[in-house]
Design a protein around this ligand. Structure first.
Ligand SMILES: [Zn+2]
Length: 481
């Protein structure tokens, strides 16, 4: 018998700030020691490997409920399997609201379904209908239940909030002490261009990108930030596609605002040209905002290096290609606006960002850990339980072979989807084991975790979600509306 339940021995431990040789000792599911010569009841040899904090994916759609009944194809079991296969151990996913309804019943249903999870999980609550009941009664209740973040969509029917409704959501978040994460694209401009494109016969998947050029995202980002500044509410701008949009965030940060930016792997390796592949194949690459051009990738990395974009999430979305709810649901002649939107990426997120970032010399190891684990954990109130390697943290670890070369193929993703947009992409660096709260739940690609072994992550009040206390004229309109 060793002093610890498990010792991960001989690896190079990487945190958001430091890189050093050490053993990691686990007791009772938590990291109990980081040091030399630890002995455990069981040992996992990590010689030659990196030992990283388990990935934290704070933007992914798993078993999301659909308005007509049923849910996205990616279930908690398949979604958890995909996460663990790729070194991710915690997610913050979404609970939706349908217009005209409340948020308490859907959240209860999400929690019931998530009882199957094998990763640890929390929820962002999407607000689509800012009714008095939701704003004044229900948001405080879900925050008390540990849902410390709200999601606002400035575009998409039927999710879109107009400015007044968005302001009410910001105000409710401020009163309750919750973060707000915002999808920024200009609703009217997209609809206007979409109607014109379709009227002129431009309906193929590639016109999805034409319907939402960069300035539509940039303008909405500016708007989202300005209104959040007026309310004095911290926000994250999610899935930033290009540097021009990130510049809006940089300007806000330079003024001292609590505004953060997220991006996703698809904006580093996909382009709008992928949506122009033969036949209907382009549908596989459709997501919003749309992937830009190859010349946008390097400036986006600059924004990561500058710290303007400090979280990289998957925005994994639950549509297959051939499946009954998939991209072809409305036929292969469907105009782009009727094609389910989004790309899968739970498994591929960490390998793509490691390979394109660390292996290609664009970012260092510590930056990789910060943008994929530490920062998302901090921004959404999971820190200091998740996101680093130190005594007291949950023993969530990804044992990583930094030299392993892999050609991505859909079978490796272990999600329910019948495709990956990253098929054939070569990466250097791959997770060889995943440990979740001290249990080895993935070894050499084989995921073994009991269904239901994931834990709900109730999130308490935390500093990053607190307002700055700077209001125009000192008047707190959010106290009244
Ligand atoms: Zn999303």
């Amino acid at each position: 018998m060793g002093e610890y339940d498990l010792v991960v021995r001989g690896g190079t431990v990487v945190t958001g700030t430091d890189t050093f040789r050490a053993d990691v000792g686990v007791r009772g599911g938590k990291i109990a020691a980081v040091g030399e010569g630890l002995s455990g009841t069981t040992t996992l040899d990590a010689g030659g490997m990196l030992v990283l904090p388990g990935g934290v994916d704070t933007h992914c759609h798993i078993e999301q409920l659909q308005e007509g009944g049923g849910a996205d194809e990616e279930s908690w079991i398949t979604g958890s399997t995909a996460c663990l296969a790729g070194g991710t151990t915690s997610v913050v996913t979404f609970s939706t609201q349908f217009k005209g309804q409340g948020i308490l019943a859907p959240l209860a249903e999400y929690r019931r379904r998530a009882a199957h999870a094998m990763v640890d999980y929390g929820f962002h609550q999407i607000i689509t209908d800012a009714s008095d009941a939701v704003i004044f009664d229900e948001i405080p209740q879900i925050v008390a239940e540990g849902v410390r973040s709200l999601k606002a969509f400035l575009t998409y029917d039927p999710l879109h909030l107009d400015d007044r409704a968005y302001l009410r959501v910001l105000a409710a978040a401020r009163r309750a002490g919750a973060m707000v994460t915002v999808h920024c694209e200009n609703y009217e401009a997209i609809n206007w261009r979409t109607e014109a494109l379709i009227a002129s016969g431009r309906t193929a998947p590639k016109y999805h990108a034409w319907s939402r050029p960069k300035m539509i995202e940039r303008e909405a980002t500016h708007c989202a930030i300005a209104l959040a500044e007026m309310v004095d509410q911290p926000i994250q701008v999610c899935h930033v596609s290009c540097a021009e949009v990130a510049e809006e965030i940089a300007r806000a940060q330079a003024r001292g605002l609590k505004v953060w930016g997220e991006t996703c792997p698809q904006y580093f390796v996909l382009t709008a040209a992928d949506m122009d592949r033969p036949g209907f194949e382009g549908a596989k690459y459709m997501c919003s905002p749309a992937p830009r051009t190859a010349s946008d990738h390097e400036p986006l990395w600059d924004m990561v290096r500058r710290g303007v974009l400090d979280v990289v999430s998957s925005d994994h979305s639950g549509w297959s290609y051939e499946g009954p709810k998939g991209k072809r649901v409305n036929g292969t002649d469907a105009p782009f606006r009727d094609i389910p939107n989004g790309v899968p990426g739970l498994t591929a997120r960490l390998p793509i960002i490691f390979s394109e970032g660390v292996s290609r010399g664009r970012i260092d190891l510590n930056t990789f850990v910060r943008i994929t684990a530490t920062n998302p954990a901090k921004l959404f109130g999971l820190y200091p339980r998740k996101g680093s390697i130190a005594p007291g943290f949950d023993a969530d670890l990804a044992v990583w072979d930094p030299t392993k070369r892999v050609t991505l193929a859909n079978e490796m993703m272990q999600h329910v989807m019948d495709y990956t947009p990253y098929e054939g992409l070569q990466v250097t660096g791959w997770p060889v084991a995943t440990i979740r709260r001290g249990e080895v739940v993935m070894r050499d690609g084989t995921v073994q975790a009991p269904v239901g072994s994931g834990q709900y992550l109730a999130r308490d009040a935390y500093d990053m979600a607190k307002p700055r206390g700077v209001l125009p004229d000192g008047f707190d309109a959010s106290a009244f509306a």
